[in-house]
Design a protein around this ligand. Structure first.
Ligand code: AMP
Ligand code: GLY
Length: 439
């Protein structure tokens, strides 16, 4: 099978790496890819934006793809999966109607309410008076979310009421998208450790992948603004036994059933972002795709061939896939970000030291995100999150140690990364609150 992968991040680099391990996958083409992906497979530039469905469908026909895998949310929400399927090509990724689970937080809340899925109490607000009232209802810490897509940066969690109001005002003052006027979701604060669980589904059957934990804040100790994600690890030894089954039964399955009931079945990855609070497991967010950087650690451990799995989801035959297999090792990824990320990443800095990382052996790999080659062939920064260094080890500490040894060999002027990815978990310091009282 020939697979066309859409996207240019380290998530797509991880997907390509896993597809290349699948003997059923004859070749992989990526559009547009990045410098790291281009070193492994053919990359195609797209003259149109990634969210241009007909252009992507035409490219899929041109390269003779049997399956198209859509990485990022923007093309999914724009309906690229629909356009590919209309062209008669299999596609892994939900329709535009189903991707609204990620595209609109208000829509996701509506589906969760209808399906009885546990989540934070919330209010959808379209003006600042409503925001003021909702902030008072839920109290501090305040949680204000842009209703639409914001690349992981649309959420503000703060004790500062003025900051919460300012973020809401900024979101509400945006120009309307199509006929939808801007909205924000104000909700109650959820405490407790966060878990990302990806469920692969064909719209009817579903299989959970291994849970992972993501580090969203830019700085050590969860300080600073939210980012797209600065690191991740998997599996989660501290997670309560039965967590995955609980999430499948109380979140993923009811959501998939509700989407089918609405006539907009969801097929692809249902990314369930959870908080394990003292009151029980609560959904923080849904995404309609693989998470980045969690995918880098989840796929590093997946033993089941990925191409066959994605094709089964795209053809409605997931019930014929047996149990998934996993490598026993632990995986850790650390993201190296450009100077200025997330506010204003600086491009053009030279990336050096990757040969020295390669000397550390096959248990550590550098997946590329914001990298490109100049006309003279020099590898340089081309985006906020530049590289995702992924290591596997017999335990979490071994994986961390190797990941950071590799990170320390990479040189990019002004770059930054967190030093505490998976640290608390490796020390046994991640404890879900009052497990006995959890729902
Ligand atoms: P989202 O885009 O909804 O995933 O939000 C991004 C991040 O903001 C989450 O991963 C959490 O760290 C944080 N967050 C979102 N909603 C809440 C909430 N209700 N309580 C506490 N933190 C939250
Ligand atoms: N790691 C968070 C996301 O992919 O949205």
């Amino acid at each position: 099978m020939k697979v066309l992968v859409l996207g240019s991040g380290a998530r797509e680099h991880a997907i390509v790496t896993a597809l290349n391990r699948d003997p059923q996958v004859a070749s992989v083409v990526v559009a547009p890819g990045n410098a790291g992906i281009a070193a492994e497979v053919e990359c195609r530039a797209l003259t149109a934006p990634l969210s241009d469905g007909p252009a992507v469908a035409a490219l899929a026909v041109e390269v003779g793809a049997d399956l198209v895998v859509i990485g990022p949310e923007v093309p999914l929400v724009a309906g690229v999966a629909d356009a590919v399927r209309e062209a008669g090509i299999l596609c892994f990724g939900p329709s535009a109607a189903a991707a609204r689970l990620e595209g609109s937080k208000a829509f996701a809340k509506d589906v969760m309410a209808a399906a009885g899925v546990p989540t934070a109490r919330s209010t959808v607000c379209t003006n600042t008076d409503e925001v003021t009232e909702a902030l008072d209802v839920y109290g501090a810490p305040y949680v204000v979310k842009d209703d639409g897509l914001a690349a992981g940066k649309g959420v503000v969690v703060t004790d500062n009421r003025m900051l919460a109001l300012a973020h809401a005002a900024q979101c509400l003052n945006r120009a309307p998208e199509g006929d939808a006027s801007p909205a924000v979701v104000v909700e109650e604060y959820l405490d407790g450790p966060e878990v990302s669980l990806f469920c692969i589904t064909d719209g009817v059957s579903l299989l959970p992948l291994a849970p992972a934990q993501d580090f969203k804040r830019v700085g050590d100790g969860d300080q600073g603004p939210n980012t797209g994600g600065m690191g991740a690890y998997s599996p989660l030894e501290w997670a309560p036994p039965g967590l995955v089954q609980e999430v499948v039964d109380t979140v993923a399955r009811p959501t998939i059933e509700e989407m089918r009931r609405r006539g907009t079945p969801f097929a692809g990855i249902l990314y369930v972002g959870l908080a394990l609070t003292s009151a029980g497991t609560r959904v923080v967010e849904f995404n309609a795709r693989f998470g980045d950087p969690e995918t880098q650690v989840v796929l590093a451990r997946l033993g089941t061939p990925l191409g066959g799995l994605l094709r089964a989801a795209a053809t409605g035959t997931l019930d014929q896939v047996g149990e998934l297999s996993w490598r026993p090792e632990h995986a850790v990824t650390v993201v190296i970000a450009a100077k200025g990320y997330p506010r204003g990443p600086r491009k053009g800095d030279v990336i050096e030291g990757l040969d020295a990382v390669a000397e550390l052996g096959p248990d550590v790999r550098v997946l590329h995100a914001g990298s490109t080659r100049t006309g003279s062939g020099q590898l340089v920064v081309d985006g906020g999150r530049v590289l995702s260094v992924v290591a596997v080890g017999a335990d979490l500490e071994a994986a961390r140690e190797l990941a950071y040894r590799a990170v320390d060999r990479v040189r990019i002027s002004g770059s930054h990364h967190r030093r505490d990815i998976a640290q608390a978990a490796a020390r046994g310091q991640v404890v879900p609150p009052s497990v006995g009282s959890r729902a």
